[in-house]
Design a protein around this ligand. Structure first.
Ligand code: PLP
Length: 404
């Protein structure tokens, strides 16, 4: 059992009123709130040892470098990578996917080749592949999903051809909450030596991730969804693949030696980290991961499963409400529609009661097209959410329905 009262006190932002009501923050799939320890880690860095990393010959630079690299080790352990060389620090999930598309993709995708993604991808796992495929004269193919929002594995199998160069698929859908059977997809892809990228933006906050067990070739996630700062994320890649990939951005840090005639590149992971990185936010990410580890990923998963079950049951009791995304395995993300009320209006009316949900296409327009809708309302839960908050959302929804 989580000590919810204590956890809620760790997040200062939760202790406020919005529009005259206590804030109920249910937009965690967009970004999660930050505990005080993470905010403190940021201010400690700027107040105490702000300095550039890796190049300095002074005490502050040593301290900043030590803390910066400690995050890399913490990330390695968080996802169980086999070495810190496999952990590239990026701006976020989006940049990490673009990095792979522009390096691995540009190097390996040729005219006529194919990249497979799924119907439920976030735009950040669609557009980079479309861009590189367009440049190369290659094609993006899409795994279909069923009406519950699950990938149809047999249809996916049929998409693989000798021209398939990469498969990039989301671990957990930010709209449907579906937990995809990525291990099965990876196993199938590896029968044909096709590498697989897993978009972990929505799996990293909710349950334990083991990249070695999963055997994915790339795994990407964003700090801001795991209680860390924005502008910070991770690309995990298997060392053998990263070694073969050309650099992404050119500049300082990523070089071994530069002459006007020729440049040689730094070793992993620095080959992919040109320029001054996001030092303060990187350091604070370790604090966020430590915080998550302290509470325990299994405890978090259990609490959020309870919230999902509770909210699903409550929603099923509302006649005019339809849940979009009814997969057998889900995380605590619920998209829904209410007959006769536009999601945007619903979002505004809930906001008037201090309840923050998300509405719209959730950066997944092709998925909206699959369901024949423009958008949904979405409630998504994190470690600090409570059943009482769900009760209040449900009560407000009942009142809104009664008014329409
Ligand atoms: N992939 C998924 C599934 C997401 O939910 C998100 C963000 O909502 C992203 C990718 C993009 O993450 P970021 O904006 O942090 O780069």
């Amino acid at each position: 059992m989580l000590d919810l009262e204590k956890i809620r006190k760790d997040f200062p932002i939760l202790n406020q009123e919005v529009n005259g009501f206590p804030l109920i923050y249910l937009d965690n799939a967009a970004t999660s709130q930050k505990p005080q320890v993470v905010i403190d880690a940021l201010t400690d860095y700027y107040k105490g040892y702000n300095s550039n990393v890796h190049r300095g010959a002074h005490t502050l630079a040593d301290r900043a470098t030590g803390k910066f690299e400690a995050t890399r080790t913490a990330v390695k352990e968080f996802i169980n990578a086999s070495s810190t060389e496999e952990v590239i620090l990026t701006k976020g999930t989006t940049e990490a996917i673009n990095l792979v598309a522009n390096t691995y993709g540009r190097q390996n995708i040729k005219e006529g080749d194919e990249v497979i993604i799924s119907t439920m991808e976030h735009h950040s796992n669609i557009v980079p592949w479309q861009m590189i495929c367009e440049e190369k004269g290659a094609k993006v193919k899409v795994m279909p999903i069923n009406d519950d929002g699950e990938i149809i594995f047999e249809e996916f199998q049929k998409l693989i051809t000798p021209k398939t160069k990469l498969i990039s698929v989301v671990h957990v859908s930010n709209v449907l909450g579906t937990i995809n059977e990525v291990e099965k997809i990876i196993e199938e892809a590896h029968k044909y030596n096709i590498p697989v990228l897993i978009d972990g933006a929505q799996s990293s906050p909710h349950f334990n991730v083991d990249v070695q067990k999963m055997d994915c070739d790339f795994y990407v996630f964003s700090s801001h969804k795991v209680y860390g700062p924005t502008g910070m994320g991770v690309l995990y890649g298997k060392k053998a693949i990263l070694e073969e990939m050309p650099p992404f951005l050119g500049g300082g840090e990523m070089i071994k030696e530069v002459t006007f005639e020729k440049t040689t590149f730094n070793a992993l992971p620095f080959k992919f980290e040109a320029g001054t990185p996001n030092i303060g936010d990187t350091i604070a990410l370790k604090t966020a991961l430590d915080y998550v580890n302290e509470i325990g990923k299994d405890n978090i998963a259990k609490h959020e499963e309870d919230l999902l079950e509770y909210c699903t049951a409550a929603f099923q009791g509302i006649k005019r409400l339809k849940i979009i995304g009814t997969a057998k395995k889900k995380v605590s993300v619920i998209s829904f529609l209410i007959d006769g009320i536009h999601p945007f209006d619903l979002g505004m009316m809930l906001d008037a009661k201090g309840i923050a949900i998300r509405t719209g296409h959730h950066c997944a327009q092709p998925l909206m097209n699959r369901f024949g809708i423009d958008g949904t309302a979405r409630a998504s839960f994190a470690i600090y959410n409570t059943k009482e908050e769900i009760d209040q959302m449900v009560e407000s929804i009942h009142k809104i329905i009664a008014r329409f």
